[in-house]
Design a protein around this ligand. Structure first.
Ligand SMILES: Cc1cc2nc3c(=O)[nH]c(=O)nc-3n(C[C@H](O)[C@H](O)[C@H](O)COP(=O)(O)OP(=O)(O)OC[C@H]3O[C@@H](n4cnc5c(N)ncnc54)[C@H](O)[C@@H]3O)c2cc1C
Length: 463
C-alpha cells in the first residue's frame, strides 16, 4: 500500500503529525503497536491523563479534609480507591475512543495495528501476530515515544518494584512505598498515594525536590509542601540497591547508610526512548545517546524521514510532541518551519502546582545574561487569600539589556494555568514594561504575575 506519509506511533506526536498532514491534503497511515492503550500513546493511556484524574481525586479529598476552615463540616466521608481507579480508566477510554472516532477516522487516517520496522527509506514492515505486511510512503515520521527507564541496579519486577505504568493500575493502596526520584512523576504519584493513606518516602539524588526548576528557593517550597502532606523527603540521597525480600517487602539501601523496607518501590528516574528496535540502523539514521538526531525542521539525516516527540531532543512533554508533529507536517508540505523549545512551558500537577517556562535567574546567569528578577509570594495575592491557597511564589526573569521577559518559574495553586501567560510573554519577546502595562482582572491569581512583573521595575505594591 502506498501513502504520502507513514507515521509510526499513535501518541501525542504521531497523532498531531497525522492530523495536520491529512488536513494539508496528504494520504496518511498511522501505525501503532498496541491495540489496547495505543492510540493516544503514553499521554492518554499511561501518563498525563491518568495522573491528572488521580490528582483531581486528591484535590477533592484535600478540600474535604480542609473544609472546616471554610466553615463546612463534612462527616462520614469514605475513600473508595477502586472507584477512583475505575473512574480514571473510564476517562482514559473515553479520550482514546474520542481521538480515534471523532478526530482520526473522520479525516480518513488509516490506523494500522502492529509492530513497525523500517526496512528502507520508503518502506515500513508491520508485524501483527503472524502477519507481516509492507507499506510504502513518500515520507516517514517516526514517533515511537518512550517507556519507563529501567536500569540493572533497580530490577523492576512490576509487582513489588514498579514503574509509573504499574503505579497507575494498582487496585489497593500500598501501606508503604518508597519512590525513587523527586521529578514530576515522583511528586505527583507521591502526593496522590500519600493522600490515599500510603506511608510515602521520596528519595532524590539531587540536592533538592523538583530539580528541573533550577531554583533552590522554589524547590524548598515544593519540599515543604511534600512534607506537609506527610511525605518523608530525602534529598541528596541515592538508592544504591533494591532487594525483594518477599512479596510485599522490598529493602532499599540508601547512600546515607539507611535501609528501608517498604511494600512497594516506585522507580521514577526518567524515560527510555523507543529507538532501539525500529530499524534506525538499517536505514542509516543518525543517533546520539538513544535520541534520533534531527535538524531544526525535525528532519533526520535521511531526506524524507522525520522524527518527533520524546525520541528527539527537547523536553519530554505531550504538548511539545504535538508541536513537533505539527511542525513536521508543515515541513513535509513545503512550508519551512523550525522548532524553538525556549518557550515550551511545563508543569507538575501537585498542590501547590509547579510550572516553568524559559530560564530561571540561575540558568540565565550561567548563560552570561545580565538578569533582573521580579518575585511575589502568593501570600500577597488577594485571590489566593480568598481561596486560602497562599503557599508558593512567582518569579520572573528579565534580560536587563533587552528588557525582554526570558523566563518565569511558579509554585502556586493553579500554576499550570498561570504559566500560559508567561509562555506568551517569553515566546513573543514581550518587554517587562509592556507586560506591566497589561491590566489584569481583579481579584485573580494572575494579578500575582502582574505584581511580580512590577517588582522588577520597583513599582509593585509589595516589597
Ligand atoms: C506518568 C506520566 C505522566 C506524564 N504527565 C505529563 C503531563 O502532565 N504533561 C505532559 O505534557 N507530559 C506528561 N507526560 C509525558 C508525555 O506523556 C510524553 O511526553 C508524550 O506522551 C510523548 O509523546 P510521543 O508521541 O513522543 O510518544 P508516546 O506518547 O510514548 O507514543 C508513542 C507510541 O508509539 C508506539 N510505538 C512504539 N514503538 C512502536 C513500533 N515499533 N511500532 C508501532 N508503534 C510503536 C507506542 O505504543 C506509543 O503508543 C507524562 C508521562 C508519564 C509517564
Amino acid at each position: 500500500m502506498q501513502y504520502d506519509v507513514i507515521v509510526v506511533g499513535g501518541g501525542s506526536g504521531g497523532c498531531a503529525a497525522a492530523i495536520r498532514c491529512t488536513d494539508l491534503g496528504m494520504k496518511v497511515a498511522l501505525i501503532e503497536k498496541r491495540r489496547k492503550g495505543g492510540i493516544g500513546g503514553t499521554c492518554i493511556n499511561r501518563g498525563c491523563i491518568p495522573t491528572k484524574v488521580l490528582m483531581k481525586s486528591m484535590n477533592v479529598l484535600d478540600e474535604i479534609r480542609d473544609s472546616s476552615k471554610f466553615g463546612i463540616e463534612v462527616e462520614g466521608y469514605k475513600v473508595d480507591f477502586k472507584k477512583i481507579m475505575a473512574k480514571k480508566d473510564k476517562i482514559m477510554k473515553q479520550m482514546a475512543f474520542g481521538l480515534g472516532a471523532f478526530v482520526l477516522k473522520p479525516r480518513g487516517i488509516e490506523i494500522i495495528y502492529g509492530d513497525a520496522l523500517l526496512k528502507d527509506r520508503n518502506t515500513v514492515a508491520v508485524k501483527d501476530g503472524d502477519a507481516d505486511t509492507e507499506y510504502t510512503g513518500k515520507y516517514i515520521v517516526v514517533a515511537t515515544g518512550s517507556e519507563p527507564l529501567e536500569i540493572p541496579v533497580f530490577k523492576i519486577d512490576r509487582k513489588n518494584v514498579i514503574t509509573s505504568d504499574e503505579a497507575l493500575t494498582l487496585q489497593e493502596v500500598p501501606e508503604t512505598m518508597l519512590i525513587i526520584g523527586a521529578g514530576p512523576i515522583g511528586i505527583e504519584l507521591g502526593m496522590f498515594y500519600s493522600s490515599m493513606g500510603c506511608e510515602t518516602t521520596i528519595v532524590e539524588m539531587m540536592d533538592c525536590a523538583a530539580p528541573l526548576l533550577k531554583d533552590a528557593e522554589l524547590s524548598a517550597i515544593v519540599e515543604k509542601a511534600l512534607k506537609k502532606k506527610g511525605i518523608k523527603v530525602l534529598v541528596g540521597t541515592g538508592v544504591e540497591g533494591i532487594r525483594v525480600i518477599e512479596d510485599g517487602k522490598v529493602e532499599s539501601s540508601l547512600s546515607n547508610g539507611e535501609k528501608t523496607v517498604t511494600e512497594k518501590v516506585l522507580v521514577s528516574i526518567g524515560r527510555k526512548k523507543n529507538t532501539d528496535s525500529i530499524g534506525m540502523e538499517a536505514v542509516g539514521i543518525e543517533m546520539e545517546r538513544g535520541l534520533i538526531c534531527v535538524d531544526e525542521t525535525l528532519k533526520t539525516n535521511i531526506d524524507n524521514i522525520y522524527a518527533v516527540g520524546d525520541i528527539v531532543s527537547g523536553p519530554q512533554l505531550s504538548h511539545k510532541a504535538q508541536f513537533d508533529g505539527a511542525v513536521v507536517a508543515e515541513n513535509i508540505n513545503g512550508n519551512r518551519m523550525a522548532v524553538d523549545y525556549r518557550s515550551i512551558p511545563w508543569a507538575i500537577f501537585s498542590e501547590p502546582e509547579v510550572a516553568k517556562v524559559g530560564l530561571s535567574k540561575a540558568e540565565a546567569q550561567a548563560e552570561g545574561i545580565n538578569v533582573l528578577e521580579g518575585t511575589l509570594k502568593m501570600a500577597a495575592n488577594e485571590k489566593a487569600s480568598c481561596m486560602q491557597s497562599t503557599e508558593g511564589m512567582i518569579k520572573i526573569a528579565v534580560d536587563a539589556d533587552t528588557r525582554k521577559i526570558i523566563g518565569s518559574s511558579i509554585v502556586a495553586h493553579d500554576a499550570s494555568t498561570l504559566i500560559g501567560e508567561m509562555a506568551l510573554a517569553v515566546k513573543n519577546g514581550i518587554t517587562i514594561e509592556e507586560f506591566n502595562l497589561t491590566v489584569h482582572a481583579h481579584p485573580t491569581l494572575n494579578e500575582a504575575l502582574f505584581e511580580a512583573g512590577k517588582s522588577v521595575t520597583g513599582k509593585g505594591y509589595h516589597k
